[in-house]
Design a protein around this ligand. Structure first.
Ligand code: EPS
Length: 373
């Protein structure tokens, strides 16, 4: 079984993960993983932290040269900002330095009451979207293996602040290059400018903005996931993982929210052309009854606005229950652009895991033989 645990505080020494169950003899491209980390750091609407960090991964075990050995893989990303925080995180915090005003929408209040350390700083350090750097590294490692078995995952920003981009085929390389080169990962230049204007306006007003991301996965063979048991359904498994990414509030497969469609137009007809099964539409997003059907897996993911806002909204000081206003600390104005890269990589881990659940293999050659059959 492919699995991982990650650890690390947002401003601690490092973020790290141990991944277990990666088949041996798989070629891993560290430059590719580092490039995924760069992609995640980019994007219009990012705050000052990304100017401090230069995320690069170190591999401490499980890879020899460029190949996996089958041993657990340890990945580490050092936080450059740690040197500015070491004193805060390693020392005893005085009563007056403790954070006791929660940001509505963040994990501050629930973490304060649940873990009872008396300081919201402890909550912030682990709820922060900084954790997505190491999850991206884990997913990028999985992408290296997926590419070698013909699976490709791409994404774009669909909407920020209600401004909607065009629908495009992410596997049209020319179109995708435009998206990759766009500072908001959109196709339409006019939309890009409007979104940038919206993000600038939010920044000026001390506010934040959310949006949606479209993900498409090509090359997943038919038969991954299962309807035999409720917890083996591929769409349910992907939803669990995607929903666990900071700020995600809704997930749609295919045209799942198109309420205007009836059964006759929603369900993707099955045709046969010269012995080959063809689906003229993909409204179900490549998954039927929790099982991949060989079409692209298409998912739209919705992210709420980041809860750290300069503009005052109401909160309570939990040390004395006084009604006060929101607390502010450095943050991004919009997290949608980097989230698109995170979500691609979160999908990569889950899809590789489920491929390995269907085709258990300790080494990559055996896995390739299964897939090629
Ligand atoms: C992030 C690092 C964080 C935030 C952001 C994402 O760094 P800092 O808190 O030092 O500014 O920029 O996290 C959040 C938006 C959040 O709410 O926690 C990163 O590496 O992506």
């Amino acid at each position: 079984m492919l699995r991982f645990l990650d650890a690390g505080e947002s401003h601690g020494k490092a973020l790290m993960a141990i991944i277990d169950g990666v088949p041996s003899n798989a070629e891993i491209d560290i430059d590719f993983i580092n490039n995924e980390l760069i992609r995640r750091q980019n994007g219009y609407g990012r705050g000052k932290r990304m100017q401090i960090e230069k995320d690069r991964v170190e591999i401490w075990s499980g890879i020899r040269g460029t190949k996996t050995t089958g041993n657990p893989i340890t990945m580490v990303i050092f936080n450059k900002d740690y040197e500015n925080w070491a004193k805060v995180l390693n020392g005893n915090t005085g009563e007056n330095e403790k954070i006791t005003i929660p940001r509505p929408g963040h994990g501050d209040m629930v973490g304060y009451f649940k873990y009872k350390t008396g300081d919201i700083r402890d909550v912030i350090e682990r709820t922060s979207a900084r954790e997505t750097a190491i999850r991206t590294a884990v997913g990028a490692l999985c992408k290296c293996i997926l590419v070698s078995i013909g699976v490709d995952i791409r994404s774009k920003v669909m909407n920020i602040g209600g401004i909607e981009d065009d629908n495009v085929d992410l596997f049209d390389n020319e179109a995708y290059l435009r998206i990759e080169n766009s500072s908001v990962r959109c196709y339409n230049e006019h939309v890009e400018n409007m979104i940038k204007y919206e993000i600038d306006k939010c920044k000026q007003q001390g506010d934040t903005v959310g949006g949606s991301i479209f993900i498409s996965v090509r090359g997943v063979p038919l038969g991954i996931g299962s309807y035999i048991q409720w917890d083996r359904k591929l769409d349910a498994i992907l939803s669990y993982a995607l929903m666990s990414v900071q700020g995600i509030k809704a997930i749609e497969f295919g045209k799942g929210t198109d309420l205007a469609k009836r059964g006759t137009t929603f369900n993707d007809e099955i045709l046969c052309n010269k012995g080959e099964i063809i689906r003229p539409t993909n409204n179900c997003g490549g998954i039927e009854a929790g099982v991949s059907n060989g079409q692209n897996i298409e998912i739209t993911v919705y992210m709420k606005p980041i809860p750290t806002i300069k503009k005052s909204i109401r909160s309570v000081d939990l040390k004395n229950n006084d009604n006060v206003v929101n607390r502010y600390e450095r943050s991004d104005v919009c997290g949608v652009v980097p989230a698109s890269i995170v979500l691609e990589n979160v999908c990569a881990f889950e899809i590789l895991k489920e491929i390995l659940n269907t085709y258990p293999a300790d080494d990559i050659i055996t896995l390739k033989k299964y897939i090629e059959k």
